[in-house]
Design a protein around this ligand. Sequence first.
Ligand code: XIL
Length: 392
Amino acid sequence: MNRRQLLLLGLGAVSGASTLGLGQWLHHRATRAQQARDRTFPVTGTQPLWQRAAAKGITFGASATRREILEDPDLAQRFVEDCRMLVPANELKWKTIRPSATEYQFEVPDAMLAFAQQHGLIMHGHTLVWHNSLPDWFAETVNASNAEQILVDHVQTVATHYAGQIRSWDVVNEAILPEHDQPNGLRKTPWLEFLGEDYLDLAFRVAHGADPQALLLYNDFNLDFAVRQDERKRRAVLGLLERLTAKGVPIHALGIQGHLSGAQVPHFDAEVMRRFLRDVASLGLKIFITELDVIDKAFPADLSIRDRMVAAAYEDYLSVVLEEPAVVSVATWGFSDRYTWLNSFHPREDELPVRPLPLDENLQPKLAWNAIARAFDQAPPRDPNRGETQQE
Ligand code: XIL
């Protein structure tokens, strides 16, 4: 293997890696660990991440829970320094804001919005329609005859409550799952069961009616790698976006969650990703990276290697994704390793704490921070009018 090939591997652009035999794959993995050891992530200047992003017409932010923002002042302060957008991680989900089929409670997300506004942050809404995080009453209450009214009431009430204040919404989250073998690759959810595919159209139309200024997203995961599962998912998501835009449904952007599994990083194919982003953009849609983090389960325990591999995953991914001018927003899912969903959802076998985010558990920037900074610094500038997360 020559130096250029090694470099390409380090950049993650291994076309056809999915066809490698196990021996070769293990060899590549060892090579990647070796390379990560040698990789440095120098950064120039002292600007925070949001400013580096803004210089290119991109919004940078992160998700946070109420605990992080309202009860951990040190985290909150670091958050505000680097972020320009706040995404409540759980606080706008049905489970939090719907105590019953007729009631809404907005105190917690309202407090997060007040924090955002005090600190000059914009807020991204997550999420109006999802099959997950539903309250206990949902299964007992919702049926084919009331589902439409319950969905409309929810989207209408929540989007109206935040009209003019939440700039962009994940209107529908994770509606595609080709493995469920439904028409058009749709995921089996109560909404699909009771309302058919048109529940998506309905959610977007009602959200748009309630807040015509808000930028409306369809958001999903497993869109990043050149593996069969992601290929099917990309195809189905593109199909959905084509149908929605062709029908004139008010959808403005695709949200790519970007939970990057370290085990799949060798299967990142820059050309496959570029083509997907171009296809989405050609429908007239913007693209947000909505939930970026790096699942470090498959990486060695040694921090000096692990942190470099996480950083490499960030930089290799973002440097490709940010070439596409339709990508106007990047958010990480959490900001410090002090709080991350991955300790419970994707724990390491050695039970060491995971390190998926830009700051460590002591709120110190890691190489992942540098990697993100470098990707923004190297990104081509986009049309400044497209950078704001506002509908044109
Ligand atoms: C996760 C939160 O981070 C956890 O705190 C919660 O227990 C479960 O949900 N994709 C999504 C997010 O769209 O809503 C999920 O957030 C992470 C995966």
